[in-house]
Design a protein around this ligand. Sequence first.
Ligand code: ZN
Length: 479
Amino acid sequence: MRSLLVALLVAATPQTPAQKAKELSGQKAWEELYLAFSSGDATAVPPEQRAGVSGALVKGCQALLKDDAVMAYSLGERAVVFQESAPALRCLASAARKTEQRAAAEATLVKGVTLFPKDGAFPLELGKLLLEEQDSAGAQAALEKVPPRSREAAEAKKLLQQARQQTLQEDSARAEASRIEKKLGGSPSRGAETRPASAQAGDDSTVVALETRPGMSVRTPRVGFESGVNSLGMRVRANSRYVITYFNNDRDFAQRAEYEGRIVEILDTAHHFVQKVLGETREQPVTVVLYTSAEFRVVFGDRVANSVAGIYKTNAIHINNAAELNSQNKATIVHEYVHAVMAEICGSGDLDTAFLPMWFSEGVAMFVEWKYLDIPGPTPDMMEQIHALLSTSDARVMSLRSMTKIPPIRMGNAGMAYDISGLGVKELMRREGAYRLMTLTRAVCRGRGQPSFEKALLTHYGMTMDDLEKEVEESVQKR
Ligand SMILES: [Zn+2]
C-alpha cells in the first residue's frame, strides 16, 4: 500500500530542473538543453539541483568541443553559472581557447587554479597560454603552482625551465637597453623599462590586484612591455593588451613607473570585469593616451573637457586629467574600456557607432560602469528628474529613439541622457542577460546594419522600440 502511494506521488511530481537537464543530456539534445538553461538566474534553481544541471551542461560542452566549439563554449559558460566545478571550468577554458577567446580562457584557468589548488591541469594550461603570449614571468608563476606529485608535474617542469630561460633573456635584453639609454643620456630612474624585469618582481605595482587573480602573484602583461616612440613622436609603452602613451612626452606624471603600474592594474581589472558582466572582453590591444586637464581641453574643447572624464575614439582611450586616479577616473577607464570591447565586436575602429544606436553604445558602457561602482543606476535625485520629465509631454525630447544618431553628450542635459541610455540597457539585461545582449550586438554589427537594430530587437527580444521606451518609463516609476 505504501509503495503504491509513493509511486503515485512520484508520478504526480513535476520534473525537477536537474531531472529535465539529465534527460536532455541523455538524449544528447544539446540545443534544447542549452535553450532550457541559457537564460535566467541560476539562483531560481534550488541549490541542491544546481550541480545536476551543471553536470548535464558540462556533458554537452565536452561532447561538442571537437565539432562545435562555439556551442560548447555557450554550454560551458552556463555550466559554470550553475556550479563552478573543475570539469565545468576545464571544458569552458578549452572551448574558450578553441574559439580564440584568450582572455576568457585565462580568466577561467585562473579561477580553476584558485578554486582547485590540488589540480595540476589548471596551472599547466595557464602556463602554456601565458607562454604563448610571451608572458614568461606570468607563465613561470603559474607553472610553479603545479603540485609536484600531480600527473602534470613532469610536463610542467620542462615548461618551467623554458619559461625561466625566456625570463632571463628578457632581463638581459632590458639591461642592455638600459645601458644604451644611459649612454644616450636618458634618466634611468624615470621609466620602469630601464629596470630589469627581475627587479620589478617585488614591486607592488607590477603584481596583479588580488581581486583579479586571487592568491596568485602572476605579474601583469606589463612584463612584456616594449618601450619606444611612435610615429607621432609620442613616448610609448606596450604589451599584448595595452599601449600606454602620453599626450605630452615631457609631462612627468609624478613617479611614472608607479603611475603606469596603477593604470595597468585598473585596465586589468576593467578587462576581467567586463568579461564578468558582459561575458566577453577585448582581445586586441587598446591604446591609452594620458592627458592633463589642460591638454585635454586644448584637444577636445571646453564643452567636452567639462563634461567627460575620458573618451574612446578610433582604438584609443583618452583620459582627461589622468594625474588624478580617483574613483571616478577609475570608473571612466572601465566605461571607456567597454567602448573598446564593443568596437572590437563590431569590427574595431569606431564601427560600433556606425551600426548601433548611440544610446545603446553609451547605455552598455553606463550599465557596466554602474556595476563597477556597485550602484543600481542613476542617483535618486536624477531618478526624480527623469520621472518628472517622462511624465510630461516633453518625454519625446529625451527618448532613446532621439539618441539613435545623436550621442547623449550632445543632448541638452547630457548627464540625464547618459542615465536614460543606461536604463534602456539595464532593462534589456534584466530581461535576457548578457549573452542575449551580445547576440543582438553581433547580429547588427556582423550584418553591418542589416538587420537594423529595431529589427534585431524584435527578433531577439520580441520587442519594439516603443515597448522598450515604455519599459524604461515604468522602471523609473516603479522604484
Ligand atoms: Zn561613453
